[in-house]
Write a protein that binds this ligand. Structure first.
Ligand code: PLP
Length: 405
């Protein structure tokens, strides 16, 4: 029989968060070994359950939620998203500008598919949330990474952005708060990005899925609130702020001057129709969540569980020789650096693999986030403090062996 091969469209598509190291972890678990997982932002898996009000409404709504809805979604949850935009100062958004999706992921892929011709370029952060690089490649586009500067709080390097713009650049992705670095961008920086987008007629894709997951009283500015002319697609959802990632409930909002984007919007509508609609129970959960219940605040406030876990992971990692970390201001991750003079790692996927095999701790290597060198890894600080202490202790022991190699 003829061999079945994958499409050449997948040649440059890579998603290491669920890659080969995870396959090894699965195999170890099947053999009965216990692994500490610092690899994925699956909040509910760490005992941080969704707000009860959301769960109760899901149960209540389920019997009446078996039908398809309008492709963009039900009116009431989309209206709730409009109100959310009003709260965040994103101007001129109507229900028509809101698309509900099976998580933000689906809408991110849709937005890029509708936008890109073969060879079109999209500016993406390095490190990035790798869905973007994968989705740009899958859409036939060319991912072009701009550097985020670790020595400057992991903020995007504006000169690098400017230097990488070409006539083929169509869009810039801004992930704020950032996965994997935990950086939170100040308004002045966001305004500069808006100005670059304005000058070069770029669309802004703004990922704000962690906009309520903020530590030490920080506040979040939506980049879409900073202009009413630059076309901006803002992605958000319940996965993180409402600890409901399994409910697959996300949204996309189109803001800015839409008059020149009518054709693109027609493309978005077509792709939204092709997948019929987002799951209906998840759509209804959006209405409940945005209607007021909001308890991640307690977890991220000083002394809250996530805040304590962040502080502990930061302290313990910072004490390891040759390891440095920028303390995250938002999200669920940190992206520690391993000094290459002390840890001359050539292949960081192998590094993650060896750490897993030797110490049963699962992390994701930095190059999995399209980082430029094999000298970082991402740690998810969702496990409780006992598990985190144990996990970082094992990482420290592994690194001590590594130094002696
Ligand atoms: N965007 C970022 C930056 C993420 O970190 C994630 C998940 O980890 C997503 C999007 C996916 O969100 P959703 O669960 O809504 O598809």
């Amino acid at each position: 029989m003829k061999t079945v091969t994958k499409s050449s469209k997948l040649a440059n598509v890579c998603y290491d968060i669920r890659g080969p190291v995870l396959d090894k972890a699965r195999q170890m678990e099947e053999e009965g070994q216990k692994i500490i997982k610092l690899n994925i932002g699956n909040i509910a898996a760490f005992g941080l359950m969704p707000p009860d009000e959301i769960v109760q409404d899901m149960i209540r709504n389920l019997p009446d939620a078996a039908g398809y809805t309008d492709s963009k979604g039900l009116f009431a949850p989309r209206k709730a998203v409009v109100h959310y935009c009003q709260e965040k100062g994103i101007a001129g958004v109507t229900v028509d500008d809101v698309y509900l999706g099976n998580g933000a992921s689906e809408l991110i892929v849709m937005a890029l598919n509708a936008l890109l011709d073969n060879g079109d370029e999209v500016l993406l952060p390095a490190p990035d949330y790798p869905l973007y690089t994968a989705a740009v490649a899958l859409s036939g586009g060319q991912p072009i990474h701009y550097v985020c500067d670790e020595s400057n709080g992991w903020f995007p390097a504006l000169d690098d952005i400017r230097a990488k713009i070409t006539p083929r650049t169509k869009a810039i992705v801004v992930i704020n708060p950032n996965n994997p670095t935990g950086a939170l961008y100040p308004e002045a920086l966001l305004r500069e990005i808006v100005e670059i987008a304005r000058q070069h007629q770029l669309i802004i894709l703004a990922d704000e899925i962690y906009d309520k997951t903020l530590y030490e009283g920080e506040t979040h500015t939506s980049i879409g609130a900073l202009s009413d002319d630059v076309l901006t697609l803002t992605f958000n959802g319940l996965s993180k702020n409402y600890r409901s990632c399994g409910y697959r409930a996300g949204w996309m909002v189109v803001s800015g001057d839409k008059r020149h984007a009518l054709d693109y919007i027609t493309g978005l509508n077509m792709l939204a129709s092709m997948r019929l609609c987002a799951n209906t129970p998840g759509q209804l959960a959006i209405q409940t969540a945005l209607g007021g219940y909001q308890s991640i605040k307690d977890l991220v406030a000083p002394g809250g569980r996530l805040a304590r876990q962040r502080d502990l992971a930061y302290e313990l990692l910072s004490q390891i020789p040759g390891v440095s970390v920028v303390k995250p201001k938002g999200a669920l991750y940190m992206f520690p650096r391993l000094d290459p003079k002390i840890y001359p790692i050539e292949d960081d996927q192998q590094f993650a693999y060896d750490l897993l095999a030797e110490e049963k701790v699962l992390i994701v290597q930095g190059t999995g986030f399209n980082w430029i060198a094999p000298d970082h890894f991402r740690l998810v600080f969702l496990p409780n403090t006992d598990d985190l202490r144990e996990a970082v202790g094992r990482i420290e022991r592994f690194l001590a062996h590594y130094r002696k190699r």
